[in-house]
Design a protein around this ligand. Sequence first.
Ligand SMILES: *Cc1c(COP(=O)(O)O)cnc(C)c1O
Length: 369
Amino acid sequence: MNRPTCAVVNLSAIQHNLRRLSEITKTKVMAVVKANAYGHGAVEVARAAVEAGCEWLGVAFAGEGVALRQAGLKANILALGYTPPDQAAEAIEHDLSLAVYDGGVARAYAEAARALNKRARLHIKVDTGMGRLGTSPADGAALVRLVQRLPGAEAEGLFTHFATADETDLSFAYEQLHHFQGVLSKLNATHARPRWAHAANSAAALGLPEARFDLVRVGIAAYGLNPSPEAPLPADFIPALEWKSTVSQVRLMPPGTPISYGREYFTKGEERIAVIPVGYADGFRRFPKNVAQVLVGGRRVPVVGRVCMDQIMANVSGVEGVKMGDEVVLIGGQGGARLTADDAAAWWGTINYDVTSGIMARVPRVYKS
Ligand SMILES: *Cc1c(COP(=O)(O)O)cnc(C)c1O
């Protein structure tokens, strides 16, 4: 049984965005579908991405990749994060490519692959300045060669990740790029360059053409969301997700009526208050308070009182004729009005990535194509 709150995901929009990325970058595209495709639904988005021409899918960890295989996806899948050696056999059995940044772990992967009579497909991860996962640029080429010499392993790729590609000042991104190119030239000199060199996230794919190499790893841009306010998407990208609900009650409240837990909000005059069945357990954040808006009757209205686990209240006094059953838009368009994941990110002191990936599993995803 469904519920009156859902996320509507437009798979054609994702395909359009991916095709535009491919045209703009003239590079093969990895659709990054980690975290349930940033909340959009991993399996459906992965299928749509493959249909749109993506040869690669990116996930955060092996379990996400195995789930895609179990759903029948045949494309290349790279687990971008850490795969514990005790999960290597299962990952290799499902033909996942794995990130590696440690010689001992590479040996363990190779051993697991040999036991299965397979080869571990490894992408050596170099930390060129993100300060997160990876081996140092000084050690990158040696790790590639170690993997190349390991029976049961294959150095399929070399990659790095940018820390600031979504900022106006790209000087640090260029420094990172320089370190990555250094590792690649060392490998080129000995004809040991892996087939797939990749570095660019969405922001770099669009804003740093030198970083495209053999593959661009795009997440946020595929979903039609800006990598950051400083790195907006081209105008023809389409946001793929709408978050909708339905008015469950409208009441005319006298002046001075407290609304919701803690009585933090009192109606100023006589106010019409709509109750909406979405709350923090759906990913509609509780903090900071009283800054969010929703769309009702094609107008922006303020959320008033504390956000509850399953419900919010909105002051709809300014909109004529709001009644039970009317559509409410939390993210998306209604009439001429629009609320974006960027708006919600601004209310909640976060980024659009966090907003859509934070829409909880109990919100049904409804697909349109
Ligand atoms: C999440 C992720 C990406 C995608 O980043 P976007 O900014 O969403 O395009 C690319 N590469 C790695 C390693 C990631 O973790």
